[in-house]
Design a protein around this ligand. Structure first.
Ligand SMILES: *[C@@H]1O[C@H](CO)[C@@H](O)[C@H](O)[C@H]1NC(C)=O
Ligand SMILES: *[C@@H]1O[C@H](CO)[C@@H](O)[C@H](O)[C@H]1NC(C)=O
Ligand SMILES: *[C@@H]1O[C@H](CO)[C@@H](O)[C@H](O)[C@H]1NC(C)=O
Ligand SMILES: *[C@@H]1O[C@H](CO)[C@@H](O)[C@H](O)[C@H]1NC(C)=O
Length: 786
């Protein structure tokens, strides 16, 4: 029989190519870049021209739906988006005025509420800059899920008129009037063409076809960047105090691109296009996807256009940590923000029947467990009498037997469904409380959630201890019942150490450009209190009927808008600074020491963290205002960088929209690490026997005192000899630029085959008043067969 079966499979396999013609007629969204100046004058508008190009290539046949243009782009990009079959895309690509065709990616929000994200923690509200008038003429564009405009955080009390330069609009839609904007929220638009063209269809009963936020993420991030002072603010009694964004007087413009089905590239690019032409100063994007070369990455392309127009773009690094190579949004013209903890947490400890106390965190705000009473505790993963042990340990919908869990505290493992959804499952099944335990992969990183029942989160080690206690009790001859309770301790301030790099925060090295260290910086991203829509409960799950003005969320999504707000303040103080200058100020003044005076730790291991975790370090708002020197970057420098990244002339044209790209000079001048970046990353593809060395050329601009003398202090990475020439920079005026050369030489080091070598150090320029610090990291591989 066996050969026959194989034959049948083989037969099926051989005929399977037949249906490909039907596959070929399947359309998907592409983003088309055109030489916009090539438009023949017979066409009134670019859109007419694009439509005509399209009708010349659309396949005639069964599927003759007119292909509607989804968006046209004319500010950060020139072209349009449309659904095409692969064959049509090919034909379109062959038209002379078409530069490139980029397949659409779907992006996702960088909040840890999404079940596939790990980790957790809090937010920082250093108040020093808040009461200044800084930022009131600056506009921060938040590209996200929209906004709940009635929130206190968006009131316009005492704000002057809308800045005269503003060209944006308040676009009305369902549940959102043109009058929903005010002098704080000065612009609101929404882009859904890409979403609706995809397989994701808008459900108008649960989504607003308007700038109104049906998710909460955009309201939260917008208020972190530029929320007004609101006092008192708290979530269900936690984190009580005054809430304010980083730039409370800056204006907000929201560009809604994320819907229930995700955030589509064609919509994101339309948002960049509109934001830049509206006149934003800062674009904040807490969204990301898979890292691809920049010429295929619509966020990188849109961000380049924005940066070139003088708009500072900050983006979240992603929540794929703690593993390496997980950082996203890595283009060197984007400021990539990872997440750290703040010195506030929400302890909620588990006390076991044997007296052991396991620390956990929670922002559960309802009636607690009876004080002093011990409850029976069960582990969802070892349900007696069968069941699917694996899935039930995760407390998936329908996996808990009420007979097993009723009246008990239930231990659930992290994974698959969201943390809050697990709580709902336990509650529905009659459990009285939940303990959410990390797996080995999650490590010790904890995120506090507004659960719908008394619940706390514990780390991997604590989880093991609890499970061990339960299983020992079950095996004991006396038949003792394992018991526990959860003690909610509210808000704890002055936590040490802080900051700590959040477990989930995505890490370097940079998968696309290893010569550019990413993330650039970290900012508060764990347990951040910020505004929340009135339509969604704080747990984010649909059945949650609680309503709160504020909510506490975690993610690099929350870290990014801290930097966006800071960038607006810096631009207000230094209107002539370029986006690169602003980033330089943030990076060279960042710190790597926690509030105990020790090197910052990594939450996932409790070990010391590295430059791949935090880049230049944690942002230091006041110091960034007065950095002394800056590393500036022009658009020519970015072209040189792309040349030295081995991109073709055409690839470079796609990103930069330059008609002429000549890489000759750039290639002679060196390597991609020579981009005038405030951090230095030396990459040796392999450790050779001969003397290995590399060099960096850097240029610093004096933005401090006119007459100042900076001396260098070098901390070489272990195993390296580092020299800087000259060792003294004497400035005579503000704005003066001076160059220096950094040479990195590898000493004899022993590297076993297949191993890699990563060490970091730093270069600090100091005039006695400013320390201008650049991390220097060296990466080396020893190939297996050498
Ligand atoms: C839209 O969402 C509502 C509420 O979840 C649901 O009842 C309805 O079936 C959905 N409609 C469509 C067309 O999916
Ligand atoms: C933490 O550091 C110790 C000592 O260097 C090391 O042995 C251990 O492997 C580290 N743990 C992790 C998870 O990296
Ligand atoms: C770039 O191209 C040059 C010449 O073709 C080659 O020697 C070099 O290895 C390439 N670099 C990378 C990073 O691919
Ligand atoms: C600069 O760094 C040195 C060495 O860490 C430190 O002693 C000094 O106080 C710093 N100066 C400023 C102005 O921060």
């Amino acid at each position: 029989m066996a050969p026959l079966i194989i034959l049948i499979f083989f037969f099926i396999a051989t005929i399977s190519p037949l249906p490909t013609s039907s596959l070929d007629s399947k359309t998907k969204t592409f983003i088309i870049q055109v030489q916009h100046e090539a438009k023949p004058s017979v066409f009134l508008t670019h859109k007419h021209w694009y439509q005509s190009s399209l009708s010349s290539i659309i396949t005639q046949g069964l599927d003759t739906n007119p292909r509607d243009i989804i968006h046209t782009y004319d500010t950060v990009f020139h072209g349009f988006s449309v659904k095409l079959t692969p064959l049509e895309a090919q034909k379109l690509q062959s038209l002379p005025h078409v530069i490139t065709i980029i397949p659409e990616q779907v992006r996702h929000l960088h909040t840890t509420r999404s079940p596939h994200f790990l980790g957790l923690k809090t937010a920082d509200r250093t108040g020093l800059l808040h009461e200044t008038d800084f930022g009131s003429d600056l506009v921060i564009g938040v590209i996200d899920t929209g906004i709940w405009p009635e929130r206190q955080s968006f009131n316009d009390r005492d704000l002057g008129p809308v800045p005269a330069k503003w060209k944006g609009e308040c676009v009305a839609g369902r549940g959102f009037l043109a009058s929903s904007c005010n002098r704080k929220l000065i612009g609101a638009r929404y882009f859904y063409g890409g979403y609706e063209a995809s397989d994701g269809k808008m459900n108008d009963t649960i989504e607003y076809r308007s700038p109104r936020d049906s998710d909460g993420h955009g309201t939260h991030t917008a208020s972190i960047a530029a929320g007004r002072y609101v006092s008192p603010a708290s979530t269900l009694g936690y984190a009580e105090g005054t809430a304010a964004g980083m730039a409370p007087k800056a204006r907000l413009a929201v560009y809604k691109v994320c819907w229930n089905g995700g955030c589509y590239d064609s919509d994101i690019l339309a948002a960049f296009d509109a934001a830049v032409s509206d006149g934003v100063d800062v674009a904040s994007l807490s969204v990301g996807g898979v890292v691809v070369p920049y010429y295929l990455d619509v966020i990188a392309i849109g961000a380049y256009g924005a940066t070139n127009a003088g708009v500072f773009v900050s983006a979240s690094a992603g929540n794929g940590g703690p593993g390496g190579l997980t950082v996203t949004n890595v283009a060197p013209w984007v400021t990539t923000v990872g997440a750290g903890t703040i010195d506030r947490d929400f302890p909620a400890d588990v006390r076991l029947g044997n007296g052991k106390v396991i620390s956990g965190v929670s922002i559960y705000g309802g009636p607690g467990l009876s004080p002093g009473r011990m409850y029976p505790i069960v582990y969802a993963g070892i349900e007696e009498g069968g069941g699917d042990g694996y899935s039930s340990s995760l407390c998936l919908e329908g996996s808990l037997d009420p007979k097993f869990v009723r009246g008990k505290i239930v231990v659930c493992d992290r994974g698959i469904n969201s943390r809050a959804a697990k709580g709902e499952v336990v509650k529905k099944s009659g459990g009285v409380a939940m303990i959410l335990a990390n797996g080995v992969f999650d490590g010790e990183g904890l995120v506090a959630d507004c659960h719908v029942l008394p619940a706390t989160a514990v780390g991997a080690r604590g989880g093991d201890e609890i499970r061990r206690y339960i299983s020992l009790a079950a095996k004991s001859k006396s038949g003792s019942v394992p018991t526990a309770t959860i003690v909610f301790k509210g808000t704890r301030l002055g936590v040490r150490p802080a900051p700590v790099v959040a477990s989930f925060s995505a890490r370097g090295p940079n998968p696309e450009s290893p010569e550019i260290l990413k993330p650039d910086i970290i900012a508060p991203g764990l347990n951040i209190l910020a505004a929340w829509p009135d339509r969604i409960g704080p747990s984010g799950i649909p059945s949650d009927g609680r309503r709160t003005e504020f909510n506490i969320l975690s993610g690099t999504s929350m870290a990014c808008p801290h930097v966006s707000g800071l960038a607006a303040l810096l631009k207000a103080a230094h209107p002539d600074w370029s986006p690169a200058a602003i980033r330089s100020a943030l990076m060279t003044t960042a710190y790597t020491v926690d509030n105990r005076g020790h090197h910052m730790l990594d939450e996932s291991t409790g070990n010391v963290s590295s430059v791949f975790d935090y880049g230049a370090g944690h942002v230091h708002p006041e110091k960034a205002l007065d950095p002394g020197l800056i590393y500036d970057i022009s658009s020519f420098d970015y072209v040189d960088f792309l040349c030295n990244s081995n991109y073709t002339t055409k690839n470079i044209q796609v990103v930069t929209r330059r008609k002429v790209v000549d890489c000759g000079g750039a290639k002679k001048a060196g390597h991609s690490g020579n981009l005038n970046y405030p951090s230095l990353s030396a990459v040796f593809q392999q450790y050779g026997k001969h003397k290995m060395s590399t060099h960096f050329i850097r240029t610093v601009t004096n933005v401090g005192d006119p007459n100042s003398v900076y001396k260098v202090t070098i901390k070489p990475p272990a195993g390296m000899v580092v020299t800087v020439q000259p060792e003294t920079l004497s400035f005579r005026r503000v704005g003066q630029k001076l160059n220096f050369l950094v040479r990195v030489q590898v000493r004899e080091i022993k590297l076993s085959p297949g191993s890699s070598y990563v060490k970091s150090g730093s270069i600090v320029w100091s005039d006695g008043k400013h320390n201008v610090t650049s991390p220097l990291v060296v990466t080396m591989q020893q190939p297996l067969d050498d």
